[in-house]
Each structure stands twice: as C-alpha cells, then as structure tokens.
Design a protein around this ligand. Structure first.
Ligand code: NAD
Length: 490
C-alpha cells in the first residue's frame, strides 16, 4: 500500500449485514512491513449481544433445514471460496505476512476442504441404537436423536486464520447450529470475506455473524459472557483457554479447546536421513514455527545426532525470508512486534543458559520496506535440557532445541516430560518401533515418518495443557450436537 492509499475498512457482520463502522476502531498491520493495511471496526458489548440474538433467531430456520439442503449450502460455500481463491489468499497474506504459496497450498485450500469434508461427514452420519433384553422376553429399543447445540461462540487465533475458523464453522453449520465468530484481532480479513461467501451460498441471515475485537474487555469477553450462547469452541493459547473456561463455568456450557503445544520429534538412528531432515524442516519452520503442531523439541539418537544437526542447519540456512508475494519466499515474519519480543526473549534466555546457537538467533535485515516487519531468523540450539524454560514453554516461533538420547525408553520419557500433549512425530524405518513409540506418546496426534498429514475425518485435539475434547469427523458432530436418548419399551 502506498502512503496515499486510504486503508480499507473491515467491518462486523451481524444478522446478514455489514455494520457501518463508528469510532471504535483499530489498525490491521501487515507483519511483513509493519504498515497499516486496514482499519477494523471493534464490536462493543451491545453489538456482540445483537449478533447472539440474531444467531438465536436464525436457529429456528437453519436447524429445521433438511440435512441435504444444509450440505448444499456448505458445498456452494466451498465452490465460492474457490471462485474467489486469490482474494482469500490476498486477505490472508495481508494479515499474516505469510508466503503467498503457503496461503494458497495450506490455508485457503484447507478452507475449501473443510466445507466439503463436513458436508460429506454429516450426509453419511448415522445413529447408534441398542436393543435391550428385558425379563419375560420383552425388549426396549434405545436410540439417540442428535440436535444442534444452539448458538456456538467460535474464537480463533491468528496463525492459520481461515483454516482454523472453517474447521469449526463448517461442522457447526453442518449440524444446524448458528455461530458468532470472533477472529483474532491480528487477522480479521478472511473471516469477514467468508461472511460474503456464506450469504451468497444461501445461509440464512444470522446463522454466521462476525464480531471483531480483542479478548478481555472486548469482543472475546463480551461473547463468552453472553448468557445466550450454548457452547464455546476455542483455539488459542492455554492461558486464554483457562480464562474462557472460568468465564463459562457458572453457566456450565460445553467447551472444545484446541490449545498450545510443545511438540517433540523423536529421531532414531535407523531413520531415512533425507526424509527425516525434510520432515523436520517442515515441522520446525513451517509458517515461521507458528503452527500449534510445530516441533520445538527434537530428540535424536546419539549415533546420528551430528548428521541430523548438520543437515537441519543446512536446510534452515536455505530457507528464503522475504516478500510474501515472491514465489521463492519460503518463510514469512512473526505475526507482530509483540510476538517477536516474546520470541527474542527466549533467544536471549537460551544463550544465558549456555545454549549453543547452531544457526540463527538474530533479527535479519531484509531491506528498507521489510525492515519494518517482525522478522526473526530460523534458529537451532544444542546444549539445552528438558529442565530449561526454552525446552518447557511454548515459544511459537521458528526455533528448536536438539537433544541427544541413547535408548528408546529414554526417548519416550524425554518426549513425554511436558505439561503439553498436542502432537509428536517419530522417525524410524522400524515399523514396529514406529507404532510402539507413537502409541506411547502422551499426545492427541502422533505421526510416524511424516508430520501434519491430516485426514479431516480423524480426531484432532490435545491432552494436558494442549486442550480438551476432540474435533474432526464424528468427533466434531459430537461436540456440535446434543443427543436425546429415546427408550421405547417394545
Ligand atoms: P490467544 O489465546 O492470545 O488468542 C486466541 C483468541 O482468543 C483470539 O481471538 C483472542 O482475541 C481471543 N481472546 C483472548 N483473550 C480472550 C478472553 N479473555 N476471552 C475471550 N477471548 C479471548 O492465542 P493467539 O496468540 O491468538 O494464538 C496462538 C496460540 O494458539 C498458541 O498457543 C498456539 O499453540 C495456539 N493454537 C492452538 C491450535 C490447536 O489446534 N491446538 C491451533 C492453532 C493455534
């Protein structure tokens, strides 16, 4: 954007209409340059209340809409995102600074897949029934009818904004719910574009509402304290998840939490070196390390430690930081200056603790325009242990500690020595060991010889500080519906 271009507006969307901005506004910053690229209308408490009321009203129509018609709306939404693909990509890139190739291949492509998958999942969903034996040869038939949860508050973070939003909105709408979504204040763009798409796809007014703003004392808190929401699905940090849980506790509303991670990779000496290095490079540095599933702890069997360390350093150095619009760019900035300060704090701490910096550790200079952005070098450490804070706390940046181990049992202990429990990856040619170690990981998702390979029908979520409940496939249908069991004596 040039200095003369007035920033565009990003508005709230309530009851099927965009709301005109008033004087409660904040800036949307392009993290690649630090420049303001849009002004965002912040929702106040009455507007959030109106969004919830609109959603309640829309429930009557949408929950009564036959499943086949609902799936048609979802499929049309997928088609319309595809038709406006580059617009979604541009909005995601402007908000996050991520490389355009990543936004295309991951974020927007997955949004399309989310709508199609949950249309398929709801269309194929059945119900369990039980025939109960009674004395005297009689029976009872038990079956459960599933009803929508109601008005669902959807709160999402900034790292994969559209992907994570549609991962929740698609199944919630498929099940007949109405939603009020609160995107991250850092990334308001694509949730707003999605409002246009869903309206054009034929979703009734009020079934999808967007309220913009921050957490405490803003739209996030107004939404979670609203007495008329029926459940909260939240993706974000563990600390915020705990806060949201407290907020909704007095009204005992169901929550689904996808929270932080401190994920381990375990590399055995028999692993395919090239495949492992390629996989580790993705798992440590994808999206500048800002994926909840990213690896920040790499445990490597001692006999191959030097090979893995050297290979990973070489790959980290070959990553191309630069303009998100250039096809050759592999790595974008961190989301904000504030987040870079947090990551830099861990870089300083690691050095104070005596870590050896194998590569990175600094703020790069990328030229006049990009130097206003929140860039950081991909960084690898050795010399840290599981006792050190950079190995225990989620950093959420392009950083990892490499730590050696000798035996399989030691590797499992090290990987499980964390309060988090989101994801892990195991690298070995020995399939038995792959299964064994993956199953021993105290996490929601464990991969063998791959990372972030997702079948959207499989359960996704974490244990410990990493979350509560699962979404994906039938697990999503369970969260977004309430069963009523009917027992008929025959
Ligand atoms: P965050 O917790 O700061 O914010 C997440 C969302 O919650 C934002 O929309 C924010 O405005 C809102 N929020 C903040 N305080 C709130 C409050 N008191 N009440 C209601 N809403 C509130 O997280 P973030 O910095 O945006 O995202 C990064 C975090 O998200 C990391 O910890 C990462 O691991 C996690 N994450 C987890 C998953 C997963 O699937 N497990 C996926 C992506 C990101």
């Amino acid at each position: 954007m040039t200095a003369q271009t007035p920033p565009r507006w990003i508005r709230n969307f309530v009851d099927g209409r965009f709301v005109d901005p008033d004087d409660r506004c904040f800036d949307a910053i392009d993290p690649a340059t630090g420049r303001v690229h849009a002004r965002v209308h912040e929702a106040d408490a009455p507007l959030v209340g109106r969004a919830v009321t609109a959603a309640r009203k829309a429930l009557d129509t949408w929950s009564a809409t036959p499943v086949r018609e609902r799936t048609e709306v979802l499929r049309r939404a997928a088609d319309l995102i595809e038709a406006r693909f580059e617009e979604f990509v541009a909005a995601e890139v402007a908000d996050t600074g991520k490389p355009v190739t990543l936004a295309r291949d991951l974020d927007v492509a997955r949004a399309v897949a989310n709508f199609r998958t949950f249309a398929d999942v709801i269309a194929a969903a059945g119900q369990e029934s039980f025939l109960t034996d009674l004395p005297g040869g009689r029976h009872a038939l038990n079956y459960a009818v599933r009803k929508p949860l109601g008005v669902v508050a959807v709160i999402v973070p900034w790292n994969l904004p559209l992907l994570l939003l549609t991962w929740k909105v698609a199944p919630a709408l498929a099940c007949g719910n109405a939603v009020v979504v609160k995107p991250s204040e850092e990334t308001p763009g694509t949730a707003t574009l999605l409002a246009e798409v869903l309206a054009e796809a034929g979703l009734p007014a009020g079934a999808y509402n967007v309220v913009h703003g921050f957490g405490g004392g803003s739209a996030g808190e107004y939404l979670t304290t609203d007495p008329w929401i029926d459940g909260v699905t939240f993706t974000g940090s563990s600390a915020t998840g705990a806060r949201v849980m407290k907020t909704v506790a007095p009204r005992v509303r169901p929550v689904s939490f996808e929270l932080g991670g401190k994920n381990a990779a375990v590399v055995f000496e028999d692993a395919d070196l090239e495949e492992t290095l390629d996989g580790l490079t993705r798992s440590v540095f994808a999206n500048t390390g800002q994926v909840c599933l990213c690896t920040e702890r790499v445990y490597v069997q001692r006999s191959v430690f030097a090979d893995i360390a050297d290979g990973l350093v070489e790959r980290a150095r070959s990553l191309r930081l630069g303009s998100p619009l250039e096809a050759a760019t592999t790595t974008g900035p961190l989301i904000s200056q504030a987040h870079r300060e947090k990551v830099r704090g861990y870089l300083d701490l690691a050095e104070e603790l005596g870590a050896k910096v194998l590569t990175g550790g600094n703020t790069p200079s990328l030229g006049a325009v990009l130097d206003g952005g929140s860039w950081i070098e991909p960084t690898l450490w050795t010399g840290l242990t599981n006792c050190d804070r950079p190995v225990r706390e989620e950093i959420f940046g392009p950083v990892a500690a490499l730590i050696p181990f000798d035996t399989e049992a030691e590797a499992i202990d090290l990987a499980n020595d964390t309060e988090y429990g989101l994801a892990a990856s195991v690298w070995t040619r020995d399939l038995r060991r792959g299964h064994r170690v993956a199953q021993a990981m105290n996490v929601g998702m464990a991969w063998v010889n791959t990372w972030f390979l997702r079948d959207l029908r499989s359960p996704f979520g974490g244990v410990g500080l990493s979350g509560l409940g699962r979404e994906g496939g039938a697990s999503s249908l369970h969260f977004y519906t309430e069963p009523t069991n009917v027992c008929v004596q025959l």
